[in-house]
Design a protein around this ligand. Structure first.
Ligand SMILES: Nc1nc2c(ncn2[C@@H]2O[C@H](COP(=O)(O)OP(=O)(O)OP(=O)(O)O)[C@@H](O)[C@H]2O)c(=O)[nH]1
Ligand SMILES: [Mg+2]
Length: 276
């Protein structure tokens, strides 16, 4: 495959791109990306891999997502969004040449939410699934999540790390923090979630494009479930595996940063509650 068609460097058309990033819901230059196979009887999954300085795992993550065998009748594509990595991840991405794998390069670091929004905008699938590049989650769980989808009916399936009473966190602070934030969201928006902060979130592209989601830092991970619930959509959950990395291995969400994130999440809930 031609290299240029595989790797989309948005620097070259940054005006288009940045306006799409900051102004979700505005006219999108690529109209095809708005219509996820409306006539196709075959449902398609867009696996979105967001990466920021993931040199250690990025190639494995892409290979695993590419190799995933979905349930019968499902098609798939892989969209990798590099968030302006500076650790050599980009050099590795230059070497990726697999059918059905697209690489998108952000011109500067825009936060994880913006990367997910880029993936959703570029998706040609009916559903998308977020798969973290640091391999804290397992690609083997992707077909199990897809198996829970009834195409056209299901809106969202989240992978839960705590369903069934499991405690597979390394740090108690993270476990209780997520339990607390999940309980507050359920209370405010009428959900029955067990793990709002989970990485692997699968949802219907057309529905999510209509939600006007925040592109700030990690907001989308919380903004998405709150807005789905507030709009009356059901979120299903299935138990998934999780291999949390330690602070020594690069875990960012620990200590005061985790506390600050928790407070920000409560602020996101408040904004969704008052309709912002
Ligand atoms: N931290 C961070 N991650 C990003 C960014 N853009 C994309 N990502 C990717 O988003 C995914 C989740 O980010 P993580 O930093 O692992 O978030 P997390 O799992 O909640 O936190 P950790 O405990 O640090 O693993 C990873 O694959 C990142 O590479 C960014 O701007 N910052
Ligand atoms: Mg992680």
């Amino acid at each position: 495959m031609n290299h240029e068609s595989r790797i989309m460097n948005h620097e070259s058309r940054s005006t288009d791109y940045e306006s799409r990033i900051t102004d979700y819901g505005s006219p999108i230059p690529n109209p095809q990306s708005l219509i996820p196979n409306p006539q196709s009887p075959i449902p398609k999954l867009s696996i979105i891999i967001c990466a920021y300085n993931e040199r250690r795992t990025i190639l494995d993550a892409i290979a695993q997502a590419h190799a995933v065998a979905l349930p019968d009748g499902w098609d798939k594509e892989v969209i990798v969004v590099d968030n302006c990595s500076t650790d050599g991840t980009r050099d590795l991405l230059e070497t990726v040449d697999m059918p059905g794998v697209r690489i998108i390069l952000h011109p500067r670091n825009l936060g994880k939410s913006a990367s997910i929004l880029t993936g959703i905008r570029e998706a040609t699938g009916d559903y998308f699934l977020i798969f973290d590049a640091d391999l804290e989650y397992e690609a083997a769980d992707i077909p199990r999540m897809v198996a829970a989808v009834t195409p056209g009916e299901t809106v969202a399936v989240f992978g839960s790390r705590t369903l069934g009473g499991r405690k597979i966190y390394l740090y108690a602070q993270n476990y209780w923090g997520v339990r607390f934030l999940t309980a507050v969201a359920n209370l405010l928006f009428g959900g029955h979630l067990t793990d709002i902060a989970t990485g692997p979130k699968l949802a219907r592209v057309a529905v999510v494009r209509s939600l006007n989601l925040s592109s700030h830092e990690f907001d989308l991970d919380f903004d998405l479930p709150c807005k789905l619930l507030k709009n009356g959509y059901k979120i299903e959950e299935i138990a998934i595996n999780y291999h949390p990395r330690s602070v020594a291995q690069g875990k960012g969400l620990a200590g005061w940063k985790a506390v600050r994130t928790g407070l920000r999440v409560l602020w996101i809930y408040f904004k969704v509650l008052i309709g912002k």
